[in-house]
Design a protein around this ligand. Structure first.
Ligand SMILES: [Zn+2]
Ligand SMILES: [Zn+2]
Length: 137
């Protein structure tokens, strides 16, 4: 998602602040699915005024505006994703990296057609294993 971030931010209807822009830009560029702590660590040098609370508040604003998606992460800190296109994730057991995996549909019997009266709104798959770097070591 590289198009004009300024435009993107303006279209969302929230006010542009240096923090909102900075965090959105960081998430778009690094595609690391960073946690709030990682974002704080990465941006602290660039915005000395950013406090941890500012990072949390800004992430909340960006999430509400639909610019960032919060990924709940099984008992760990939530990660933030600026890739709003449908995609799955790959998590490396070795180094913990989280990578985007291009979207694919899952078989009908495990997806929206599971029966039992369920109504499936959305789904995404988390693949686990070793990333390219860890697989060779
Ligand atoms: Zn790895
Ligand atoms: Zn992602």
């Amino acid at each position: 998602m590289e198009p004009d971030l300024e435009q993107h931010l303006r279209d969302s209807g929230i006010r542009r602040t240096a923090q909102r822009y900075g965090i959105l830009e960081y998430l778009c560029q690094s595609a690391v699915h960073a946690t709030a702590d990682e974002i704080f660590a990465a941006l602290n040098g660039r915005f000395p005024l950013v406090s941890r609370a500012t990072v949390y508040n800004t992430l909340r604003d960006l999430t509400r505006a639909g610019l960032v998606r919060e990924l709940p992460w099984e008992g760990k800190a939530a990660r933030y994703d600026a890739n709003l296109h449908r995609h799955h994730h790959f998590v490396c057991d070795g180094c913990g990296v989280v990578e985007d995996v291009p979207w694919f549909d899952i078989p009908a019997q495990t997806g929206p057609e599971t029966g039992h009266g369920r109504v499936v709104r959305a789904y995404e798959v988390t693949l686990r294993g070793n990333c390219a770097k860890c697989a060779v070591n």
